[in-house]
Design a protein. Sequence first.
Length: 336
Amino acid sequence: MTPAKLWLQVFTAGFAVIVAMLIVTLNTPIPYGDLSRIGQVSDHEFGWRREPPHVDHAFLQATPIPEADILVIGDSFSVTHRWQSVLKRAGYRFATFYWGEFHETLCDDFDAWLDRAGFKGKLVVIESVERLLAGRLANTQQCKTMSDPPTSRIDPFFESPEHVPGFALNWSAKLTSGYITYRNTRAAKQSDGTTLMGRQTWARPVPDGCAMFSHRLCDKALFFKDDDDNGELTAAHVEQMRAFSKAHSARSIMWMVIPNKTTTYLAPDHSKEFVTAFAEAGLGPDLFTFAQRQKTRIQDFYFPNDTHLSMHGQLALGEVMLEAVRKVLPPPAKPS
């Protein structure tokens, strides 16, 4: 064989492999869940298929800080404004700051910081997912001065899809992502147990999963590895929260602790000591017990391919928060 023919065969074989990988990648669904994206697993199998509830966009609009009744300090569970929309529908005006906008730390000058932000309302809701709360409280113990308040945001930080995402060619993906996604998805389907996708996504069996989730491979769901790695909350964390609230009593503070997806579906006794102490302290609604009830009542209470509550779950969360808020802050007077 001449060198020219050998080179041509090598080039043809390489070209064929690249074309095949491109076809696979283009036809791999564009991920619409954070866990399917970081774990590179197919949303054809793990993507939710239940249509989300529609919320009038007007109820998703926040209020400028100086005019707000309630200030929410929250993480990614608050970025869509869906649970806050329930408060607004009831007449409350809300504004939302995100932990990442001020280095995830609440400091000794918290009251003065709220004054600098222009907040004149009477209730602050501090929302955190379970797995991140311990770190945030630890930072708070050592922090004296907060950074400048963030700019007031009116629109949601993140817009959740209004419908189940349809198929589209995956032009923006890396060439190899289609093959990796195929390989990971096949491993998840073939395994009877737990499969780790990449470094952060578990595909885990869920008892009675098809009653609780709408995706095709509904006997399993995706879970965030950090749920396991970050450990449990304890009664000591409740004492830290109580101390912070007492030190900043110029306004009412309500704590809103959202359980990890893994806690909700697979480990209901996780952070059990914290849950008991939190309920006794009366610092906010018990969202752990709430989640245990709702996971069997609302299909896709959490997204199957994501670490967050679905929009169905968000609206149910909003109803719980509305009930809790009404006990602290009287409903706004209706215009005559």
